[in-house]
Structures are given as C-alpha cells and as structure tokens.
Write a protein that binds this ligand. Sequence first.
Ligand code: IMP
Ligand code: MG
Length: 177
Amino acid sequence: MEKILDNLKVYISAEEIRKKVKELGKIITKDYMGEEVTVVGVLKGSVIFLADLIREIKLPLMIDFLELSSYGNEYKSSGVVKIVKDLTHSVENQNVLIVEDIIDSGLTMDYLIANLKTRHPKSIKICSLLFKPSNLSVNLKIDYTGFTIENRFVIGYGLDYKGGYRNLEYIGYLEST
Ligand code: IMP
Ligand code: MG
C-alpha cells in the first residue's frame, strides 16, 4: 500500500463526524417515526458511516448492501455504472434509505435511484455523509447530507485511496489535491 499518511491533512475530525452522525440519526428517526426502514448501504465506502448511523436511528430497521462500480480511476467518474453485487432482499413496498459515503458527480446515485425505483419501494431517500457540489452533473435531491465539501479528494472513515485507508477515524485529504 502506498504510504501517504505524511501528506494527509485532517479535514473533518472524528469528533465532528460523531456529532454529525448523531444529528442525522435524530432527524431520520423523527422523519420516519412509526415506519420501518430498509437501509441500503453502497459498498464499500459507506460501511463505516452506516454502522455508526444505524445505531443513532431509533426505529425498526433492516440493512442490505449493494456494490456499484462507477470509477474509471480513483479520481474521476467514468459515467459508466454497473451493479457488481446486488441486494440480497426485495425492497418492494419498503422505505429505502440509501446510505452513501460521498456524492461527487452524482452519476452513481442517479443510476442507483433509477434502478431501485423499478423495484417498487414504498419510498426512496438518500443519505450521504459527504457532498461535493462542484462536480454535480445530474439533478439529484439529497435528503440527508452530513457535510458539503470543497472539490478535494478525501479519504478515511470509509473512503479509500487506492483501496486503502478506509479505517482512518477522521476524513483527511491529500495536500496535493
Ligand atoms: P459519483 O458517481 O461521481 O457521484 O461518485 C461517487 C463515488 O465515487 C463515491 O461513492 C466514491 O466511492 C467515489 N468518490 C468520489 N469522490 C471521492 C473522494 O473524494 N474520495 C474517495 N472516493 C470518492
Ligand atoms: Mg462509493
């Protein structure tokens, strides 16, 4: 694994993330009160966020995962999205809450929403920890956003650099980006 920690700056601290995740959990709990939720995590980037978030959602819920490939390389969306690993269960008639690490161009989420809609859920909402508005190239309504960030390549707390560094407690960025 490439060693990059020396060039890594803390962008969002573990403490800030914890606070935000609690806030999001509270809002989501309130919005879905009386309902059951199916939380759909987009692998692999969302797993850390999802694990923390669902413990702040005080509702009956289930989780499922899918994996998409949208990236030609680590930095730029190719626009080509495909399902590499699909959900295990049907989402028909369920309140689907998609949990994502970051929305950049929005192409991945746009594809996912269109795909999941064909499965006739009761509702679909999006919760993304991070949002980079500068690259957004589709019309997307993000229901729950953790942090709106600058156009930087960020890593940690689930987000990877060449497959690594997902286990950082904080979100950092490379000084060169
Ligand atoms: P989009 O289709 O351009 O919105 O790309 C979304 C996906 O690209 C995310 O789920 C991430 O996996 C990846 N991605 C986008 N920006 C970053 C970043 O700054 N760091 C790590 N992964 C990123
Ligand atoms: Mg991702």
